[in-house]
Write a protein that binds this ligand. Structure first.
Ligand code: HEC
Length: 156
């Protein structure tokens, strides 16, 4: 094989490997993640997040929009007609994580806050709750872990 052909062969081989790897990655992460946009959303002079944390916050942002935004608003300001309180600067969202997790897991019976314990898994709930605790200036600079959600399950 001449040098030229060998070079072409290596290039082709690397391209195929890259395609296979990107395919696998897609299946494993199920949501697109752009580190540059994520950093621009979350990193401030006060706090710089690690990439693994940025992934959780971005997943939380998407899940919040779909599951919660209809009532609490993408801006976290709530909806008076529905009776959904603002989550921006909210005392529960800014308070102890236990109470926050409990409300999202079990909802408020007889009010319009649904229970999410059956429809979302620990990882998804941890992402949404982490998002709420850091979005709209809530700035807890903390990430909630799936084990913390698990601990609050089956308590009520
Ligand atoms: C159908 C409308 C609706 C949806 C959807 C909804 N909520 Fe609520 N949420 C409410 C209402 C209404 C309350 C107030 C309940 C009450 O009167 O105590 C509430 C209360 C809360 C509270 C407590 C705040 C406080 O001050 O009492 C949190 C935290 C919360 N919701 C988070 C979420 C999250 C997270 C989601 C999505 C996974 C979500 N909500 C989806 C309507 C909704």
């Amino acid at each position: 094989m001449s040098r030229f052909y060998f070079h072409q062969f290596t290039q082709y081989f690397m391209m195929v490997t890259a395609l296979i790897l990107s395919g696998c990655n897609k299946n494993n992460t199920d949501i697109p993640f752009n580190p540059v946009t994520a950093r621009s959303h979350w990193n401030t002079k006060q706090h710089s997040w690690q990439q693994s944390e940025l992934k959780i916050l971005e997943q939380g942002r998407r899940l919040y929009k779909v599951n919660c935004g209809g009532c609490h608003g993408s801006d976290g300001l709530g909806d008076r007609l529905i009776g959904a309180p603002a989550l921006k600067n909210n005392s529960i969202v800014k308070g102890q994580s236990q109470q926050h997790i409990q409300i999202v897991l079990y909802g408020k019976p007889n009010r319009s806050m649904p229970a999410y314990k059956s429809s979302l898994n620990n990882q998804q709930l941890a992402a949404i709750i982490s998002y709420e605790r850091n979005a709209w200036g809530n700035n807890s600079y903390q990430i909630i872990h799936p084990q913390q959600i698990e601990q609050q399950r089956n308590i009520q």
